[in-house]
Design a protein around this ligand. Structure first.
Ligand code: G4P
Length: 189
């Protein structure tokens, strides 16, 4: 998506070969107009694919996911990150390791909000190593839901996330694909 690529070039900052800062429009401050355009793109791409619910992972996935849900007339489910195991029969939980942040968390889904009848579109901000999305897929499988695909704002194609998700049999639709980064330089695929 040209508009997102232009914004990344204008305001994004490659702080190293693998970390892109997008604090002014995605992670810290959010640009609602840009997010709305991204949401319209996701909605148009996944239209007609039988999606019944949008699922995202807190916290930066929420803005594009909420607007996509609004655009598609669907409910949004937010997978929560909990620091430690909460014993509750009403929850599905799975451990996720974030390589970028060097943290572990329990990704959590309430049994009340997803059922086996759901065909889910996962929306997130970044696809890096694919651990968060893979955790979301594990939870959705526990709920016997099916997965329509994965939409991300920014895919870092030089990291293994896209291949992991595609190999698991799911489509990845990325609005911007970064092929290479170096300090202060960003190249799209
Ligand atoms: P993965 O989910 O694809 O495996 O990614 P990884 O664990 O490596 O990254 C974990 C967190 O770091 C995620 O945010 C992800 O969005 C974020 N992230 C990964 N690469 C970049 C990057 O180049 N730039 C920025 N700005 N973020 C990146 P999170 O822990 O879920 O936090 P939140 O921001 O959603 O709250």
């Amino acid at each position: 998506m040209k508009l997102l690529e232009e914004k990344i070039l204008k305001e994004g900052r490659a702080v190293s070969e693998d970390i892109l800062r997008v604090d002014t429009f995605i992670n810290h401050q959010v640009d609602p107009e840009l997010m709305e355009k991204c949401a319209k793109d996701f909605a148009s791409h996944f239209k007609g694919k039988g999606v019944t619910k949008i699922v995202t992972i807190e916290s930066s996935g929420i803005s594009p996911a909420l607007l996509t849900a609004l655009e598609m007339g669907l409910k949004l489910v937010i997978l929560k990150k909990q620091p430690s195991k909460v014993l509750n029969d009403n929850l599905y939980q799975t451990m996720v390791t974030s390589f970028t942040k060097g943290t572990n968390y329990e990704l959590t889904l309430s049994k009340e909000v997803i059922s086996e009848d759901d065909h889910v579109l996962i929306i997130d901000d970044f696809l890096a190593n694919g651990e968060a999305v893979t955790g979301a897929v594990r939870l959705l499988r526990m709920a016997h839901a099916t997965i329509a695909g994965v939409g991300v704002l920014i895919e870092k194609s030089f990291q293994p996330g896209e291949e992991k998700i595609t190999d698991a049999g799911f489509e990845v639709y990325a609005l911007a694909r970064i092929g290479r980064m170096a300090k202060d330089s960003i190249e799209f695929e």
